[in-house]
Ligand binder design. Structure first.
Ligand SMILES: NC(=O)c1ccc[n+]([C@@H]2O[C@H](COP(=O)([O-])OP(=O)(O)OC[C@H]3O[C@@H](n4cnc5c(N)ncnc54)[C@H](OP(=O)(O)O)[C@@H]3O)[C@@H](O)[C@H]2O)c1
Length: 328
C-alpha cells in the first residue's frame, strides 16, 4: 500500500517521500494513521542526537492513532476497520504505520484519533516507570515532576486514580494551577528556586515514596532530599543535565533506590506486558473519563518543523499531535 512519510534531510529540511509498505508480519497490524503524537525523542532524532535502535524504522514517530487496514495472520483481537491507538517502533510520522497487535489499544467511540494519539507513549512510560519500576501502590505519595508535560499530565491523572497522593512540579503559577486541576494534591513551581522549601512547607519533604524525574541535573539531589525512607526514584529525562552531583550518604541513610529506563530500548515482551496491565487497570478509567488526554495543539504533518519548535520552546501544556492524512 502507498505510504507517505516524513524524512528530515537536514535538521531544518523536510521531505515527503512516497513508498510502498509490505503486508504486516504475522503479529502486526497496518494502521491508516489519522493522528501521530510528538515526543521529545523525535526532536533529538531529527537533530541526529538520538539514532533509532537498529531494528526500528528510521522514520520518526513513536505513537499513532487511526484505523486498522490490514492484519497479520496470527492477529487475534483486531480486525480491519478497528479504531486503535498504538506504540510504533518508529514510523509514526506517516500516512500508514505498522504496529504489533499487542502494542495497540482499541479506541472507544468517546475518544477521537486526535486524543488517542496522545496516549500510548505517556501511558506506557508512566506505567513502566512509576508502577513497575517505582512500585507505586495505593496510599503512597508520588512526585511526578513536570505535570505540565505530555508524560506528566497523564501521570498525574493515572496516579490519582490509583489512590496515591500526587505531588508535581511545573514552571509557573498558572501551570501549577492547571496541574492541580488534573488531580495533584500539591504542585511546586520549579522556577521559583525554593523547591525543597515549597515541599517542606506543604508537609511533604521526606515523605515521598516514588519520584518520576523527567529533568535530572540538579534536581536529583532534591529528589534524594524529598524522598521517604525506602523511596524509589525513577529517572527518565535529562532536560536539566545528564550529570548530577549527589550525596551518597542520603542514598544509604534512607535506603533509596535510584533507577531509570528508556521506552525505546525496552524489550517488545515488556512493552506487551505493560499494555496488558494498562488494558486491565488503566483503560477502564479512560473509558470512564477519569483520565483524559490533554492536547495543547494539533498541526498538519506537513508543518512538523513548526510543531517541533513549539515543543522545543516549551509553552505547550500536555501533548502536541499531528494530523497525518492530508499528506497522502
Ligand atoms: N525515558 C523514557 O522512556 C521517556 C519517555 C518519554 C519521555 N521521556 C522524557 O520525559 C520528559 C518529558 O517528555 P514529554 O514528551 O512529556 O515532554 P514535554 O511535553 O515537552 O514536557 C517537558 C516538560 O519539562 C518541563 N521542564 C522544562 N524545563 C524544565 C526544567 N528546567 N526543570 C524542570 N522541568 C522542566 C516542562 O514544564 P514547565 O514548562 O511547566 O516547567 C514540561 O512539563 C522529556 O525529558 C522526555 O525526554 C522519557
Amino acid at each position: 500500500m502507498d505510504r507517505h512519510y516524513i524524512e528530515f534531510t537536514t535538521p531544518e529540511t523536510v521531505d515527503v517521500i512516497c513508498d510502498q509498505l509490505p503486508s504486516p508480519a504475522d503479529d502486526e497490524v497496518l494502521i491508516s494513521v489519522h493522528h501521530a503524537g510528538i515526543n521529545r525523542a523525535d526532536l533529538l532524532q531529527r537533530l541526529g542526537l538520538y539514532p533509532p535502535p537498529a531494528d526500528a524504522s528510521p522514520v520518526p514517530g513513536l505513537e499513532v492513532a487511526g484505523e486498522v487496514v490490514a492484519v497479520g495472520a496470527r492477529c487475534e483481537h483486531l480486525a480491519v476497520g478497528a479504531r486503535v491507538c498504538a506504540l510504533t517502533h518508529g514510523g509514526g510520522y506517516a500516512t500508514l504505520a505498522m504496529a504489533r497487535e499487542d502494542h495497540c489499544l482499541m479506541l472507544p467511540d468517546t475518544l477521537t484519533t486526535k486524543e488517542g494519539a496522545a496516549l500510548p507513549e505517556a501511558l506506557l512510560t508512566v506505567w513502566y516507570n512509576v508502577v513497575e519500576r517505582g512500585q507505586l501502590s495505593a496510599g503512597d505519595t508520588v512526585l511526578i515532576h513536570g505535570g505540565s508535560s505530555g508524560i506528566g499530565s497523564i501521570g498525574v491523572q493515572m496516579a490519582a486514580t490509583m489512590g496515591a497522593t500526587v505531588l508535581s512540579t511545573a514552571g509557573s503559577q498558572a501551570r501549577c494551577d492547571a496541574v492541580s486541576a488534573l488531580g495533584a494534591h500539591f504542585v511546586a513551581n520549579h522556577r521559583d528556586g525554593q523547591l525543597i522549601e515549597q515541599f517542606t512547607n506543604a508537609g511533604y519533604a521526606g515523605e515521598i515514596d516514588v519520584i518520576l524525574d523527567i529533568a535530572g541535573g540538579d534536581l536529583m539531589q532534591a529528589n534524594f532530599d524529598l524522598a521517604a525512607p525506602d523511596g524509589r526514584i525513577v529517572s527518565i529525562g535529562v532536560m536539566r543535565g545528564m550529570q548530577s552531583e549527589i550525596n551518597l550518604a542520603t542514598l544509604f541513610m534512607k535506603r533509596l533506590t535510584l533507577t531509570g529506563s528508556t521506552l525505546r530500548r525496552l524489550e517488545t515482551a515488556s512493552r506487551a506486558r505493560c499494555f496488558d496491565a494498562i488494558r486491565e487497570q488503566i483503560w477502564p478509567r479512560i473509558l470512564a473519563g477519569e483520565i483524559r488526554p490533554i492536547i495543547d495543539s494539533c498541526y498538519p504533518l506537513s508543518e512538523v518543523l513548526a510543531a517541533h519548535e513549539h515543543m522545543r520552546v516549551g509553552t505547550h501544556f500536555g501533548k502536541l499531535v499531528m494530523e497525518c492524512q492530508t499528506m497522502g
